[in-house]
Design a protein around this ligand. Structure first.
Ligand SMILES: Nc1nc2c(c(=O)[nH]1)N[C@H]1C(S)=C(S)[C@@H](COP(=O)(O)O)O[C@H]1N2
Ligand SMILES: [Mo]
Length: 333
């Protein structure tokens, strides 16, 4: 999902191929071939091969939460090692394995999140206060990446709307803007335009106020029963399950209520390809690939990854479609 050069539909790699291609390189004896390479290239190759084992699921801190039946649809969960090992988090590299391999440099202790802008009560909360103040729920949601793959993930968090109400929005608040941490020392992808996929940092996202207040919108602090691993956006990230995954911004430090529609990272990068709304829609194709179907991550081996039809609003039409009545979903993609 980078700019023109890197991504075409064919470069959207099925996860099994992604794990296998490293094994294949090892089987081909690339470790021996590597010895003929210049030292700098050897180092690069070795650090790349080091990621050849499947990342093990990191052990987060167990969380207390309820499991409301309304959000426990009977969907087959994506295995935990895929959820925590096949990620998009460009601040830590462009390969799906990079975030798990490289995000150990992110320091989340003492993390603070600010709620500011068009609110009567701007607040700064540290992550422990946030977890104590808002009762946590586990919610099983589909995740649909714009790259046409999908997962089903048991997130833990609370409704963003509860935090927004707590800050008392003014009558001018029409949008909510989000920022990821900006710190190139902790996030190497921010340090240069090549490793960071050519994106502008910090990563920014935004929602309309009604979208932010929708009960589905989850401010998320955990997954699979524990605090978020860094690669999944520790310590706090957004989940908007009816929108393409890039809206679900990770490692948030700032939530700002605004009068004007805020800029969003992928829209700035390629406005003809990634819109502000980014609602999942099987009938509105990406300019470079179809969105009619999706690959189900973790559903099979290298040759039989299941493809299934994409659902309008990712299957959440009953809870979100009314927000878009009268809006042309094709021009407002
Ligand atoms: N800050 C930041 N947030 C981000 C991204 C990113 O690169 N940087 N990638 C997005 C994309 S494209 C997707 S599909 C989801 C992936 O979330 P996951 O790795 O937890 O499955 O995170 C989103 N949030
Ligand atoms: Mo994505």
């Amino acid at each position: 999902m980078t700019k023109k050069s890197r991504l075409t539909e064919s470069s959207v790699t099925p996860e099994e191929i992604f794990y296998q291609r490293r094994k294949v390189l090892q089987a081909l004896g690339l470790t021996a071939a590597a010895l003929t390479l210049p030292i700098s290239a050897q180092a690069e190759l070795f650090s790349w091969l080091k990621g050849s084992e499947k990342p093990t699921a990191p052990s987060g801190k167990p969380l207390d939460f309820t499991k409301p039946a309304a959000y426990h649809a009977d969907l087959p969960l994506t295995p935990e090692d895929k959820v925590t090992g096949y990620n998009n988090f460009y601040e830590f590299g462009l390969d799906k394995a990079d975030p798990a391999a490289n995000s150990g440099s992110l320091k989340t202790e003492g993390w603070q999140i600010h709620i500011s802008g068009e609110v009567a009560k701007p607040i700064t909360l540290n992550i422990d206060d946030l977890i104590k103040r808002f009762a946590l729920e586990e919610r099983i949601y589909r995740l649909r990446c714009v790259e046409a793959w999908s997962m089903v993930i048991p997130w833990i968090g609370f409704e963003l709307g509860k935090l927004i109400k707590f800050a008392e929005p003014t009558s001018k608040a029409r949008y909510v803007a989000f920022h990821t941490l900006y710190d190139p020392e902790q996030m190497p992808g921010q340090a240069n335009r090549f490793t960071g996929g050519g994106l502008e940092y910090p990563y920014v996202e935004g929602l309309r106020m009604d979208e932010a207040m929708n009960p589905l919108t989850l401010l998320t602090v955990g997954v699979y029963g524990k605090t978020l691993p860094n690669q999944n956006g520790a310590p706090v990230r957004l989940i908007t399950p009816w929108k393409y995954g890039f809206k679900s911004i990770k490692s948030i430090v700032e939530i700002r209520l605004t009068e004007q529609q805020p800029p969003t990272t992928w829209n700035l990068s390629a406005p003809n390809e990634y819109g502000f709304y980014a609602n999942v829609n099987p009938q509105v194709d990406h300019p470079r690939w179809s969105q009619a179907t999706e690959r189900v991550i973790g559903s099979g081996g290298i040759l039989d990854v299941k493809r299934q039809p994409t659902l309008l609003f990712n299957g959440y039409a009953d809870r979100v479609a009314s927000m878009y009545s009268g809006l042309d979903l094709r021009s407002n993609f």
